[in-house]
Unconditional design. Structure first.
Length: 686
């Protein structure tokens, strides 16, 4: 069977579509990306639907986002980005080209798609309802170990899930658990911790009974995953949701143990340890949970597990090797009760916290924003300062951070480097680079839809924007006045750029075309067609004779603008091409892709000259420095590459989400970067 993905198709399940390449009713493609054929719908609700698809004989699941809501799109792309990076049997597998967009025939609307491994089985909520009784202690140990190992993979990549609950855990027929729904996952960075430490709320995900108190208040940390994990096992071991049990009004601990008489104290202690009200009193990393589980002996042998919750996440758990205090037994013997009922104990803890806070000013210099957050908010320090310090931004290069600027889709610099523009949902902002002052806000822009791309004319007098309303708009940079609206494409405009003389404007779109426009009149000069997928990026050589376009079809096309013909088709990427740029001399073209790589190709013959491998996630933006010394790429972080040696010159970390746009001043001294994390950062070039 070939099911039609077009939501407006009059008969999407018509058996007559079987084996055909296009729907006989609406004309939409049935063989997506040249490999996926829809078999049947699986379910839907909210903003999306799921389908079973055939991938050359293998059955997979296709998730489709049916509404262009900015936050939904952000979370959808984030899930794709995270799953591409993770490789574990307990995490759904997504190929590097598993994310793409689909445009039905005769439509201007595009839908975001994600193909992932099909997980056979049921989620644990449905599984337990069908079973009709709680799980055994032995099964709980097995599953808790599996999930801790899965979280170890997630946390090692500096992500945390933020929505662990029975509904988001699948059980395969062979007993393997799979953690799903990574749309809410969050990347850990010092910027994130600094925001939380300063009291700023971060987008909250709340699942009643499973979400920890700090996350409910918009201040989730990696240890929030452990709280939700513990609450999940309360449900599995009692058959009741955590909300069915009261909390101790003095300590905040969940009083659940009477609901699980089959559970021994050692395992119950571990679950209480996971659910400690304060993040600093929980395990600080998954390996700590695994170590506790190793010490549980269900055959009745003596165990060294604590009889109560540990006091802190650092001073009582940190030693992991060497000396008596670093052995497993020594580790557990050093744990002391948090809830002793003794006023003196409570006073000692209170005095200890006060001393810790008094010394925070000294410790701030050495252990960074995440440590400050732990001490000031919870009275303890995170147990793994080295891991958190690895996420600190490259502060020696960071000149300025513009915060709370909206989810940034694109940025652009004026030729003199004094003015910065940023685009977000329905809004364009204009900034003073030197002072960071917001000079002007243009809103609504593009019919209150997402603004995807920006470009400033060579003389700095006007700028162009493109967006989800399919239009290209020309604006007066000085006044912010709309000068001209061009009905440019049949789908979202992803890229715009000016020729070096400012007379020609080029645009690329989800409708698979590139179009050239007279920048003064808005009249169409030429349409370049040939890509099999959306055009994500475009660039022009300085002489204005060659245009490069990067597409969802994994290719870069070089066009002769005098004739409108394709000079060269460059292949080699394993995923969609997200960005392209020409070297200042026009001899090389760089391309960035979902395959986590950058490629340099010779413009004359199209042959690849170098591949840069260093990004751990999709590369979304690139730019040559005007002095031709470096190539800068943005993805999960910013990497500055030495063009002469091909090696990394510097890595700039600090954004809490991926970097999707960069711009460099003409003197090659200043770099700006934008991200959906609602910040713009100004860097001094390394």
């Amino acid at each position: 069977m070939s099911y039609c993905l077009n939501p407006k198709c009059p008969n999407p399940s018509d058996p007559a579509n079987s084996g055909k390449s296009a729907c006989i009713h609406c004309g939409s493609q049935l063989f997506l990306q040249g490999r996926y054929r829809l078999v049947a719908p699986l379910g839907g609700g909210g903003f999306g639907r799921t389908f079973e698809v055939d991938d050359n004989g293998a059955r997979k699941v296709l998730k489709v986002l049916l509404k262009e809501h900015p936050k939904a799109v952000e979370l959808f792309k984030q899930e794709a980005d995270v799953l591409v990076r993770l490789r574990h049997p307990g995490i759904p597998k997504v190929d590097r080209d598993g994310y793409f967009t689909f445009t039905p025939a005769h439509s201007t609307e595009s839908f975001h798609c994600l193909v992932m491994e099909k997980i056979a089985g049921a989620n644990l909520q449905d599984w337990l309802k069908h079973r009709g009784r709680p799980i055994s202690e032995q099964q709980a140990l097995n599953w808790l170990k599996q999930l801790s190992e899965i979280l170890d993979q997630v946390h090692r990549l500096n992500y945390f899930h933020r929505d662990i609950k029975p509904h988001n855990i699948m059980c395969k027929p062979n007993g393997q658990l799979v953690l799903i729904d990574f749309g809410t996952a969050r990347e850990v960075s010092a910027t994130y911790f600094a925001k939380v430490g300063q009291g700023q709320n971060v987008t909250g995900i709340v699942s009643p009974g499973y979400t920890p108190p700090e996350q409910t208040n918009g201040k989730a940390v990696p240890q929030s995953d452990f709280f939700a994990l513990g609450r999940t096992f309360v449900y599995l071991l009692t058959g009741k949701p955590p909300t069915a049990f009261p909390e101790n009004p003095r300590t905040g601990r969940l009083m659940w143990r009477k609901g699980a008489p089959q559970v021994s104290d050692p395992l119950a202690n571990v679950i209480d340890y996971l659910m400690a009200p304060f993040p600093g009193n929980r395990p600080q990393r998954p390996q700590m949970v695994l170590q506790c589980l190793e010490e549980i002996n269900l055959d009745g042998a003596e165990t060294q597990l604590p009889t109560q919750l540990p006091t802190t996440g650092q001073t009582k758990i940190r030693g992991m090797s060497g000396g008596a205090g670093g052995t497993k037994q020594g580790l557990m013997k050093r744990l002391r009760p948090l809830d002793s009922g003794s006023n003196q104990t409570q006073k000692n803890v209170f005095d200890w916290k006060n001393k810790l806070l008094a010394g925070a000013a000294v410790l701030m210099l050495g252990i960074g924003a995440s440590q400050i957050y732990g001490s000031m908010r919870y009275g303890v320090f995170p147990a793994n300062p080295v891991w958190l310090l690895a996420s600190l931004p490259s502060s020696q290069f960071l000149a300025r951070s513009l915060d709370n600027v909206g989810s940034v889709n694109a940025i652009a610099l004026s030729p003199d480097g004094k003015t910065l523009l940023s685009a977000s949902f329905g809004t364009i902002r204009i900034w003073n680079v030197k002072t960071g002052r917001l000079m002007r806000t243009i809103s609504p822009a593009h019919s209150k839809k997402s603004v995807k791309t920006l470009a400033v004319s060579p003389d700095g007098s006007i700028f162009a924007s493109g967006g989800d309303d399919n239009n290209v708009i020309l604006w007066d940079l000085k006044t912010g006045r709309r000068m001209l609206t061009i009905s440019a494409h049949k789908a979202t405009v992803n890229a715009v750029t000016f020729s070096s003389d400012g007379n020609t404007l080029a645009s690329g779109s989800d409708d698979k075309t590139v179009r050239l426009w007279n920048a003064k009149t808005g009249s169409r000069l030429r349409t370049l067609s040939g890509h099999a997928g959306a055009v994500n990026a475009i660039a022009l050589t300085r002489d204005g004779k060659t245009l490069a376009s990067g597409s969802q079809d994994k290719t870069v096309r070089l066009w002769n603008l005098d004739t409108g013909e394709v000079r060269r088709i460059i292949t080699g990427h394993g995923g969609a091409v997200n960005a392209v740029d020409f070297s200042p001399n026009g001899q090389l073209v760089a391309s960035a892709s979902n395959d986590n790589t950058l490629r340099l190709s010779n413009v004359e013959d199209g042959k690849g000259t170098r591949t840069f491998k260093g990004h751990s996630s999709w590369v979304r933006t690139i730019a040559f420095s005007p002095d031709s010394r470096t190539l800068i790429s943005g993805g999960g972080e910013i990497i500055v590459w030495d063009l002469k040696t091909g090696k990394e010159k510097a890595t700039l970390s600090g954004h809490s989400q991926f970097v999707n746009s960069i711009a460099i001043t003409k003197d090659s001294k200043t770099l700006a970067s934008g991200s959906p994390d609602k910040t713009i950062k100004i860097w001094r070039m390394p």
